[in-house]
Design a protein. Structure first.
Length: 176
């Protein structure tokens, strides 16, 4: 497991850890990549802002183009769950690569990806809803990703009706 928080969550560390993990995993193993934080969508490109990003000439520098990031990981390891509690527009994504993978996305635009104060701390609204959804699911039993998403979606829509989380994935969504 690789956990990158705050100053460890740099552009290069996110790329290096994700790629090196995807390369060494057995094809039957499930890879989970979870990104939470600030991002933006500009001219159809979804950007994620790691700890070391900067703005230069009105453009983000050291930011991940999320569609390219997802595609590169899926080329290395096809059985992946992506959870993005950050803005993501999947229009540019080659969805044919998602046949054995799935994505849970907090929302398509920045104003619909909320940060909330819950249980004494700040987190993304999607993250908070997913934690609650996992607590509902019986322990020691594999859960269908659709079941997890639907539970989280219901929690989000009840508490934050303007949020627009979505799920995209292939024909064989993995169990978690």
């Amino acid at each position: 497991m690789n956990l990158l928080l705050d100053e460890e969550a740099t552009y290069q560390n996110i790329l290096d850890k994700s790629v090196s993990t995807a390369r060494v995993m057995d094809s039957m193993e499930l890879l989970l990549i979870y990104l939470s934080g600030h991002g933006w969508i500009d001219e159809g490109i979804s950007y994620y802002f790691p700890f070391d990003y900067k703005w230069q000439n009105d453009r983000p520098v050291n930011s991940l183009d999320l569609a390219k990031f997802v595609e590169n990981i899926l080329i290395l390891h096809s059985k992946t769950i992506f959870i993005f509690d950050t803005p993501f527009d999947s229009a540019r994504l080659d969805k044919s690569l998602l046949k054995d993978s799935v994505m849970i996305i907090g929302g398509p635009t920045p104003n619909l990806v909320l940060e909330v104060y819950d249980d004494g701390k700040y987190s993304g609204a999607l993250t908070s809803a997913l934690v609650k959804a996992f607590n509902i699911i019986p322990k020691n039993a594999p859960a269908e990703i659709n079941q997890v998403f639907n539970s989280a979606y219901s929690i989000l829509k009840m508490n934050y009706p303007k949020t627009e989380p979505y799920l995209i994935g292939g024909n064989n969504p993995p169990k978690i």
